[in-house]
Unconditional design. Sequence first.
Length: 296
Amino acid sequence: MVVTKSMRVIQMPVVPRFWPKATRLIVLSDEHCGNVAGLTHPDCDVSYGQEDGDEPKYHGSRRARQARQRSALWRWFEERIDAYRPFDVVLNNGDAIDGTGIRSGATELLCSDRDEQVEMAQAVLDFVAGRKADIYMTYGTPYHTGDVEDWEDVLAREVHAKRIEGEGHYDVRGVQIAMKHNIGNTASPASRFTALSNAQIKQHLWALRGQQPKANIIIRSHVHRCLYAGEPGTRSYATTTPGLQGLGSKYGIRRVDGLPIDFGFLVFDILDLDHCFCMQEIASLEMQRCAITKLP
């Protein structure tokens, strides 16, 4: 990917299937639709201070900067998705919407109506799936998707998802996938793989009891970072997914001395147990560079 100074994304070549007859599967998560930094289809976005095609009235305002970031991230997302089409399966691993934003007084929301947030998430999933791909979903964090009601149930109905559940188990040509949204987090670079390895071991313990198949691929999300832990000899590995929310949350900036996050998605080409290939599509954070103030 190449990003110009005007934040335009230059189209990269189409990515062919690793094996022509492979099943192509995409994993999305953490779109946080409705948040000012969430993944936002242009049909669902707004242009602050803009009327009749004029330049934004408040071009340097925080809201205008957020709008430009959403636009740049969507262009990157749209072009990378188009490079991988068509998909056979879409897996959406939680936090498709951002929720009420009560902890920040809804000041970080593009819209607070969760019905509208569901429509925004539907626009994203419809764009990715097209007319061919089957959609499967897992539930996200209750704070975002509903402490009492499950708004992702509404989204699942709207996109005609085949299934939505707390933890998804999928058999793709003999490759067993176990997918769940939540995983522990850390601010320490030295221990960032600990939770991922724990998830792998715990899943195998469930498999020993005969309640789950032993997973070849364990997928977790929530932390907005793409990590990988695996042992090729065991035909098993675990991965966390990048998120699809940009930088800019108050909590992330003011309260967390954390690790860098990743914006993007995962694509798998699966032929059989011996032929399984994962591609990580991650946007350059140069699109979201920090502001530098020169002091005298």
